[in-house]
Design a protein around this ligand. Structure first.
Ligand SMILES: Cc1cc2nc3c(=O)[nH]c(=O)nc-3n(C[C@H](O)[C@H](O)[C@H](O)COP(=O)(O)OP(=O)(O)OC[C@H]3O[C@@H](n4cnc5c(N)ncnc54)[C@H](O)[C@@H]3O)c2cc1C
Length: 364
């Protein structure tokens, strides 16, 4: 169903919408109607009841057709995770059905203008005032910023660097919340990325998810799963770039034969295919560990690192295989190359993934 939707609905619209920098809200609504927006969550809460392994393969299909959609689904799924995992029964009963039901879209607000790689440095404050919290500060780089129906927001409830951060579920239309002009990006131009300003945003204390002070741990655990979504997006992009390069190389002729029959091109394509399959294996291994409730944090960082570096290389090589045509907008590979770049940056840059892996190897 995911592949069919990607081929029929997403692929034909992607290039034009990205060119016009149009946020495709209606596509998320269609995915929601099909039950494809909350695949890895339990059916009793309105999810699809699918293993993470299956969800990631669906994400690959979406991202290969249109990266903005793959990234958007991944961010939405991650935004729901804290409530699913740490919410009380009362909180889940009140909000989860709508969040997973398909008509709402989520955003994840961790980064700030001065806190990206180092989330413990965030400054947005949530001050308790009787039975409400008042939240003030700015959240940067919010995917779906200003378009989402709800945000999972991390804010400081005390000065303790790591234990002073808490997690809140905030409605998108709450008073005091405003969006700055969206970022003008190299790629993923259909996806809105914007800073959100919180000016004394007031919410009831029952919008605190998990315990006060547990927010950083919740945020980092959510990212372990989210990173696998980004790996899937990268693999989807790389597979689509490879498919396009192979099609072209079978048809384009130089020196009297299809270019795929020149060993220089054939070997390049073979290396691209090997890299895509290897990254997919790393991602699926991490996903299967997650599905079996085994530790998977290091495996998720490895999958994100390997898949996104691979996607950057494979999409760049795909442009090379198409020659001059690859550098034009007549083919999707130039767009995919620009989109692949961001997968090395968000949800923890690849330097941060190396730090996580090295820290685990050191036993710290
Ligand atoms: C399109 C897009 C969408 C995004 N969506 C979201 C979102 O929905 N929600 C959200 O919260 N955030 C989002 N982000 C933010 C993203 O996660 C951050 O940009 C990323 O974590 C890096 O933070 P930074 O940009 O502040 O870079 P910095 O932290 O300033 O890093 C700058 C450079 O220094 C390197 N660096 C930093 N510290 C170290 C170190 N200790 N060792 C080695 N190298 C280091 C980094 O790897 C990077 O190369 C998004 C970003 C983009 C571009």
């Amino acid at each position: 169903m995911s592949r069919d939707f990607a081929t029929r609905e997403l692929a034909p619209r992607a290039a034009e919408a990205e060119e016009r920098e149009q946020f495709p809200r209606e596509m998320f609504a269609k995915l929601g109607d099909l039950g494809l927006l909350a695949m890895p969550y339990a059916e009793e809460w309105g999810g699809g009841g699918q293993p993470y392994e299956v969800y990631l393969q669906a994400l690959e299909e979406f991202a290969g057709a249109w990266a903005t959609i793959g990234v958007g689904v991944s961010v939405h799924v991650m935004s729901c995770w804290p409530l699913v995992t740490f919410g009380s029964t009362a909180q889940r009963e009140r909000w989860l059905g709508d969040m997973l039901g398909g008509s709402l879209l989520g955003g994840y607000c961790l980064s700030e203008p001065d806190a990206g790689s180092d989330p413990a440095a965030i400054r947005t404050r949530a001050k308790r005032d009787g039975d409400v919290y008042r939240i003030s500060g700015s959240k940067a780089w919010v995917t779906h910023g200003g378009e989402a129906d709800f945000y999972t927001v991390f804010a400081r409830t005390s000065d303790d660097r790591s234990r002073g951060i808490s997690c809140f579920l905030i409605p998108g239309n709450v008073e005091g919340l405003s969006r700055q002009a969206p970022e003008r990006k190299m790629g993923l131009t259909g996806s809105i990325t914007a800073t959100l300003d919180f000016d004394e945003v007031t919410v009831e204390t029952n919008r605190l998810i998990g315990e006060e002070g547990a927010g950083l741990s919740i945020a980092l655990q959510a990212l372990d799963s989210g990173r696998l979504g980004i790996a899937a997006v990268a693999i989807g992009l790389a597979q689509a770039s490879l498919d396009c390069a192979v099609d072209y190389a079978r048809q384009r002729r130089t020196f009297g034969r299809p270019i795929i029959e020149h060993q220089g091109v054939g070997f390049l394509l073979a290396d691209m295919a090997a890299a895509v399959e290897s990254a997919r294996a790393a991602m699926l291994e991490a996903a299967r560990r997650r599905d079996r409730s085994k530790p998977f944090s290091r495996h998720a960082s490895i999958a994100k690192l390997v898949a996104t570096d691979m996607a950057m290389k494979v999409s760049t090589d795909a442009v090379q295989v198409l020659g001059g045509a690859g550098y034009t907008k007549d083919f999707p590979v130039e767009r995919m190359m620009r989109e692949a770049k961001v997968t090395q940056i968000f949800e923890g840059t690849n330097q941060i993934q190396r730090m996580i892996i090295a820290r685990q190897l050191s036993g710290a």
